[in-house]
Design a protein around this ligand. Structure first.
Ligand SMILES: *[C@@H]1O[C@H](CO)[C@@H](O)[C@H](O)[C@H]1NC(C)=O
Ligand SMILES: *[C@@H]1O[C@H](CO)[C@@H](O)[C@H](O)[C@H]1NC(C)=O
Ligand SMILES: *[C@@H]1O[C@H](CO)[C@@H](O)[C@H](O)[C@H]1NC(C)=O
Ligand SMILES: *[C@@H]1O[C@H](CO)[C@@H](O)[C@H](O)[C@H]1NC(C)=O
Ligand SMILES: *[C@@H]1O[C@H](CO)[C@@H](O)[C@H](O)[C@H]1NC(C)=O
Ligand SMILES: *[C@@H]1O[C@H](CO)[C@@H](O)[C@H](O)[C@H]1NC(C)=O
Length: 503
């Protein structure tokens, strides 16, 4: 008898490994190789084995998962595929979200945001008004919108309302989402308001959150919020009216939370998630069709730049880029946003679909929305500083940046030693094809699918990836708290975004 028992375990173990193997093979066939989704499937697999089998297995599964879920009651355990994935969304007073965007005209001083508020924040749908539109976008699917980048917080909240593991029972939740429109709150006060006006609402929300029972569980370490503005807007250096932004992320409550935004500064509790693009598909089939299309296009231009010049004073390389582009004898396409409408999806996508490489120099800040529009068009991004891509979207871009992009150091561009035409022109066709295939693989990860869409062929998109990662992070932080570890590295540590090795 004593000899039999270990043998039985070996059999169980082998069977288990075999099941995993089969699962991976099935997933490999999948056209879109989204690693995260595979992980997720495996996690579900562990959980369901545990559920149909044994308590001990379930506990193991959760540990492998990196998520220490609260053990549900025996009865629920059989069906609960949301274990460890529940999110509680705070029901904030409307002054923290809806009221802010209701008064849409003053949200950004120089720009009317009102037209972009429709369709859950996706903006007006692009209609098939002419043949160019039909050719550039596959508008028949109705999945193209004039989406504004600042609407990310609204789009994310709409997606969250339909998240399959949203719960009203905060005791079940693994993370707490705070649907605060922090970006619009700061932007409506950026010009011509003193710091007490700029800081007011954030301070009120910090107080509100701190008084809720959900706060006490982890002192806000399990809370997160999303913003469609760059992180610098929330980290004002000094309390001077002349300084930029508000003090949101310096408030003790917010310093305990995690911020997801379009661009991070360097603090460890900020994570960059993609700017919204114009494409918000409803199905995987639609994405496959689009990926096939952008992979097979004939592209007229070697490279292109969509943007405006910036003063050379700040050491901007845009002047040099534009100069080289204009002198390229037809190799480069420059769409000057000082004289063109660069909010027009058809115009933008037309340029990117027609170019092999798309130049992505920094502008007013490190990152630009253009990075995501060009990836969507299957155009290989060219970066000039690690802080504008590699060290920002670490949840979304492959670690090996040479696989999907070209890196030209800003320094070399500045002193004029680099000729874009020759550097990019030297890359052979096979290499280009490999890079473009990698770019195409990124597409499903960086788009936001239409809110409310749940179908049999659900897409793991930018929202889903963010949710998986935030749950992982909170689980890790929770473990660290239980073990009494110092959380400084996870919250107040400042990273070096200019390092080329991806951090
Ligand atoms: C589950 O574990 C219990 C002991 O905790 C054991 O008695 C039972 O046989 C196990 N069930 C299965 C299906 O392996
Ligand atoms: C658009 O294409 C259709 C045929 O595909 C053609 O009949 C029509 O004249 C075109 N319209 C314009 C404005 O080019
Ligand atoms: C939470 O409660 C609200 C109001 O009672 C309800 O409308 C909503 O459907 C509930 N959501 C979930 C996920 O149970
Ligand atoms: C800031 O501006 C508001 C409204 O304009 C005003 O009421 C308030 O007194 C100002 N605060 C300070 C400290 O100047
Ligand atoms: C932030 O979290 C720490 C524990 O990690 C806690 O001691 C502190 O009180 C929290 N701050 C606030 C404002 O809740
Ligand atoms: C330009 O900058 C690069 C990188 O710093 C350096 O290697 C190169 O020597 C510089 N060239 C000139 C002409 O200054």
């Amino acid at each position: 008898m004593k000899k039999q028992a270990p043998r039985l375990w070996v059999v169980i173990l082998v069977a288990f490994v075999f099941c995993l193997f089969v699962l991976f093979q099935i997933k490999k066939i999948d056209l879109i190789e989204t690693n995260l989704r595979i992980t997720h499937q495996v996690n579900n697999f562990f959980i369901s084995i545990g559920a149909s089998d044994n308590q001990t297995l379930t506990r193991n599964a959760d540990e492998r998962d990196g998520i220490r879920a609260k053990q549900p009651k025996e009865e629920e355990e059989k069906t609960d595929t949301c274990a460890g994935r529940y999110i509680y969304m705070h029901n904030l007073p409307s002054k923290f979200n809806d009221d802010i965007i209701k008064d849409c005209r003053p949200l950004i001083k120089w720009f009317d945001m009102c037209p972009f508020m429709v369709n859950s924040g996706l903006g007006p749908q692009v209609s098939e008004s002419d043949n160019t539109t039909a050719q550039v976008l596959t508008v028949k699917t109705g999945s193209w919108y004039s989406t504004n980048q600042f609407l990310l917080a609204v789009i994310f909240r709409e997606r969250m309302k339909h998240y399959e593991c949203l719960t009203n029972d905060s005791s079940l939740a693994s993370a707490v989402y705070v649907p605060f429109y922090a970006g619009f709150d700061v932007s409506r006060h950026l010009w011509g308001y003193n710091i007490s006006v700029r800081d007011e609402l954030g301070i009120k929300l910090a107080r509100w959150l701190g008084e809720k029972p959900e706060w006490g569980k982890m002192y806000g370490r399990d809370h997160f919020f999303v913003t469609g503005r760059i992180a610098w807007d929330f980290r004002r250096g000094r309390d001077e009216d002349s300084d930029w932004g508000n003090n949101l992320m310096l408030l003790p409550e917010f310093a305990n939370m995690t911020m997801l935004g379009i661009e991070t500064t360097a603090w460890a509790n900020e994570f960059a998630i993609p700017y919204p693009t114009y494409f918000h598909p409803k199905s995987l089939t639609e994405i496959w069709r689009w990926q096939r299309k952008v992979k097979s296009l004939r592209r007229k231009y070697l490279f292109s730049f969509v943007g405006g010049p910036r003063p050379n004073l700040d050491g901007s390389i845009r002047g040099e880029i534009i100069k080289q582009c204009l002198a390229s004898q037809g190799k480069c396409n420059f769409l000057n946003c000082q004289v063109n409408d660069c909010d027009n999806p058809v115009k933008i996508m037309k340029v990117f679909k027609n170019s092999v490489f798309c130049l992505q120099p920094s502008g007013d800040s490190y990152t630009r929305r253009s990075i995501f529009d060009s990836i969507l068009a299957g155009c290989i991004p060219v970066f000039f500083t690690p802080g504008s891509g590699y060290n920002q979207y670490i949840w979304y871009f492959p670690k090996e940046y040479t696989k999907y992009s070209v890196y030209i150091p800003e320094k070399e561009m500045k002193n004029g030693t680099v000729s874009l035409k020759s550097v990019l022109g030297m890359i052979d066709k096979e290499h280009i094809k490999r890079m473009r295939n990698e770019v195409a693989k990124i597409i499903p990860k960086i788009i936001y699918t239409k809110p409310g869409w749940v179908g049999p062929d659900k897409i793991e998109d930018a929202f889903d990836i963010a949710v998986v990662r935030i749950l992982d992070r909170v689980a890790m932080v929770k473990r660290m708290m239980e073990e009494g570890k110092d959380l400084q590295n996870e919250y107040s540590q400042v990273k070096d975004l200019s390092r080329l090795e991806v951090i």
